[in-house]
Ligand binder design. Structure first.
Ligand SMILES: Cc1ncc(COP(=O)(O)O)c(C=O)c1O
Length: 375
């Protein structure tokens, strides 16, 4: 297959393109921003409440508290559990460090568990780590692919600990038709510019069914003081900007179409690559959102370099397991055989709502060439 034209020097297929080129979407966003500029309620304006109502309805939780990032969402969620020194929270070894940081910042101990072939928490590994100090489980729906929530929720019911879902990468995904984020006590979302539902800056949200937790989260996102009421506990300023909420509301209308494209492109990659590399295999229980398209590639670094020479941008999102980060090495947690093997093979191919079938075919053609020795 002939090379595609360059979209910028040296790049034929970008990993992601955050420009808003579509005139229809651009006008909608500009109109939404203009409405906010006209009413002037830039902090917790009406669009924030509207966004919270829509996220809660989409996730299937009664409440949503919009915050300034997915990191804030996780941190406030951990604070709302009243964790402290001596408490343990189990999480996967593979995620962005924000997941572990949220636990550690409360004084509790992150307990890292191995992952399975789906790159998500391995329920058997979790079972082996439960102690009398386990207060919560923090599964990550990694790359937009839901965890096995049947098995994880069964463990939580049996051993009586809370589940808080890190749904940063998975807004819109579902396990057996039920949206992720709605299984746990709290669901923690990121809407940063890279995510499937994305603001034009930092954004996040926490969802819950419990009214007391909603009230607590509203205080936590506002320095521990609601409105002009006294400060009841030290916290940060984690409010979502009205401008970002207004942008997100517009994009929520566009999201179903975007997710349909991502799903189609994932199927297209699968059709072209299944025989060459390990691709994310669809399963009947999972409605995925394909935040990322991770292949498991032998000779991953060579493949990545070859694709770069062909003008194809790929990414290794989290090359270092969280327990191997300098911040967490001191915990001395080392037994992650699966994660250690997989983390050396994961390569994320471009996937987003602007990706065309022709681009997928070009990427797949070059991946096949690499393995057939034509590289
Ligand atoms: C799994 C996971 N958790 C948490 C976060 C943190 O979200 P944010 O970047 O909005 O703070 C991210 C974002 O990259 C993530 O991928």
């Amino acid at each position: 297959m002939d090379p595609l034209p360059e979209v910028r020097p040296g790049v034929r297929v970008p990993f992601l393109d955050l420009r808003v080129a579509d005139p229809g979407q651009r006008q909608r966003l500009l109109d939404a921003i203009d409405r906010v500029l006209q009413h002037g309620r830039l902090v917790l304006g009406p669009e924030v409440a509207q966004f919270e109502a829509r996220v809660a309805a989409t996730v299937g939780h009664r409440h949503c508290v919009a915050v300034n990032s997915g990191t804030d969402a996780l941190y406030f969620a951990m604070r709302a559990l009243d964790l402290g020194p001596g408490d343990e929270v189990i999480l996967p070894a593979l995620s962005w460090v924000a997941t572990a940081n949220a636990i550690a910042l409360t004084g509790a101990t992150p307990v890292f568990a191995d992952i399975g072939d789906d790159l998500n928490l391995d329920p058997d590994a979790v079972a082996g780590l439960i102690t009398s100090r386990t207060r919560a489980l923090l599964p990550v729906h990694y790359t937009g692919r839901p965890c096995d929530m049947d098995r994880l929720m069964a463990l939580a019911d049996r051993y009586h600990f809370a589940v808080v879902e890190d749904t940063a990468q998975a807004f819109g995904a579902a396990w057996r038709g039920r949206p992720v984020g709605s299984f746990g006590l709290l669901g923690c979302f990121s809407m940063n510019p890279m995510k499937v539902l994305n603001a034009c800056g930092e954004a996040g949200a926490v969802t819950t069914d419990r009214e007391d937790l909603r009230a607590r989260l509203e205080r936590l996102r506002h320095s521990g003081a609601l409105g002009r009421s006294p400060c009841t506990e030290p916290s940060l300023n984690g409010r979502l900007d009205t401008l970002q909420a207004a942008i997100l509301l517009e994009r929520m209308d566009l999201l179903p179409g975007w997710l349909a494209v991502r799903r189609q492109r994932a199927a297209d990659y699968g059709a072209h690559l299944t025989e060459v590399v390990r691709v994310p295999a669809p399963t009947p229980e999972r409605t995925e959102v394909h935040y990322l398209y991770p292949i498991l590639a032998e000779g991953r670094d060579e493949l990545m370099a070859y694709l770069a020479r062909e003008g194809i941008e790929t990414q290794i999102h989290h090359p270092v397991l969280m327990p191997d980060q300098p911040a967490y090495q001191g915990l001395g947690q080392n037994h992650f055989p699966k994660a250690r093997t997989l983390v050396k093979r994961i390569l994320c191919l471009p996937i987003h709502e602007k990706l065309t079938l022709r681009e997928v075919e070009f990427v797949a053609d070059r991946v096949r060439r690499f393995y057939r020795g034509g590289a």
